[in-house]
Design a binder for this molecule. Structure first.
Ligand code: HEC
Ligand code: HEC
Length: 332
């Protein structure tokens, strides 16, 4: 990255309240190094086992986890849609719209904070939210173990946990274990960085160079999961100015959690970009429909002048899209 581009980024990031010193130390390439993530970390108090992951898988696809019996996690996190739902705004069980777009779950096991505003800190904690949320699965958690017992789940809990007892804690642990197996780590980009220079097209390779250089994407979407590069400076959220629909309630993003931190107003979690070719539409409110629109968005400096304009040529835009769509997205 040239000095001029670097200086521009320091200015931009300073306007997020990130000290220039933090940003300067973060220019250390290693911190932004793109590559293949190592094995997914499993917490000590909920270690991996195949039986637990299988139970979590079955619960993830189980309609009876919801009040009506018809809305499993996959209603919104559909494996055939990159574990998203393809909808602009998520639609819940009583067919009501939620406020936000369903995020993909690819590589969610590496994340340290969950939801677009980062309000949850573990997958175990997160898992019970959608089950009881009145607009999502609307299930009474006290009734859930009994219902699963009637559905014949006891032997599966016994295999996973050593005894047949069904508890909401165990349900959450099994779901979290399954979610940690949802990865997108064998993309053309991964094969390319491991030495197979024919794994990516010339356009995708040029797109990677843009991603790290002129387009500056890596400043936020860094590291092996293309996310959270700024965690080291304590700020994994950013305000890119994404257009807010007047139809929905205003969404102040991270500021809903950090209520007095003005810098977090309209700042959202920096999402991982792994598998992004399959997870359209994009952004916390699903307002950008295609990767072409996403690249146009960044090229014009985000909305509301939040980011620097990129001045990409038509060819460069195409190359960047190619990298996102076919470079960091697997074909399975
Ligand atoms: C009605 C649609 C819907 C259903 C059903 C649903 N989710 Fe979600 N999920 C969402 C939406 C929307 C968000 C983002 C909410 C937010 O940011 O406020 C989300 C966020 C998440 C996240 C955080 C991802 C991240 O990167 O921050 C996880 C993990 C998750 N859901 C897992 C589950 C599990 C497990 C189930 C089933 C028990 C489930 N979801 C059921 C719509 C749904
Ligand atoms: C200043 C930090 C920052 C920079 C720089 C940045 N992004 Fe983002 N990106 C974000 C944030 C924050 C979001 C989520 C915004 C929202 O939902 O409102 C996001 C969302 C996205 C999404 C949507 C992902 C999804 O699952 O919905 C894509 C694709 C994306 N960025 C690609 C890029 C590309 C390509 C570049 C470089 C041209 C780039 N980003 C530069 C912070 C950044």
């Amino acid at each position: 990255m040239t000095t001029r581009v670097m200086v521009r980024w320091i200015l931009v990031l300073s306007s997020f309240g990130i000290g220039a010193a933090g940003v300067l130390s973060a220019t250390n390439d290693a911190e932004f190094a793109l590559g293949t993530p190592g094995p997914v970390p499993f917490p000590k108090d909920n270690p991996y086992s195949a039986a637990k992951a299988k139970l979590g898988h079955d619960l993830f696809f189980e309609g009876r986890m919801s009040k009506t019996g018809k809305t499993p996690c996959t209603w919104c996190h559909d494996p055939n849609r990159g574990y998203g739902d393809g909808r602009t705004i998520s639609i819940g069980d009583p067919q009501v719209a939620l406020n936000r777009h369903t995020p993909s779950l690819y590589n969610v096991g590496y994340a340290t904070h969950f939801f677009w505003d980062g309000r949850s800190n573990s997958l175990e904690e997160q898992a019970l939210f959608p089950i009881k949320h009145p607009k999502e699965m609307a299930m009474n958690l006290d009734e859930l173990p009994g219902r699963l017992q009637k559905a014949g789940y006891e032997p599966k809990f016994e295999k996973a946990f050593g005894s047949k007892e069904i508890t909401t804690e165990r349900i959450a642990q099994a779901l979290a274990t399954f979610e940690r197996t949802i990865t997108e780590n064998d993309t053309p980009f991964d094969r390319y960085t491991k030495g197979d220079k024919s794994a990516m097209s010339a356009d995708a390779i040029a797109g990677l160079t843009l991603f790290k250089g002129k387009a500056g994407c890596v400043r936020c979407h860094g590291g092996p999961n293309f996310t959270n590069a700024m965690t080291t400076t304590g700020v994994p959220y950013a305000n890119t100015g994404v257009y807010q629909s007047p139809v929905l309630d205003p969404d102040s993003g991270r500021m809903e959690i950090e209520k007095t931190n003005k810098l977090m107003e309209n700042a959202f979690k920096i999402p991982s970009l792994r598998g992004v070719g399959k997870t359209y539409p994009y952004m916390h409110n699903g307002t950008l429909e295609s990767l072409e629109e996403v690249v146009e968005f960044y090229n014009r400096g985000g909305d509301n002048g939040k980011l620097p304009k990129l001045k990409l040529s038509e060819l460069e835009k195409k190359q960047l899209v190619e990298f996102l769509r076919n470079g960091i997205t697997s074909d399975n």
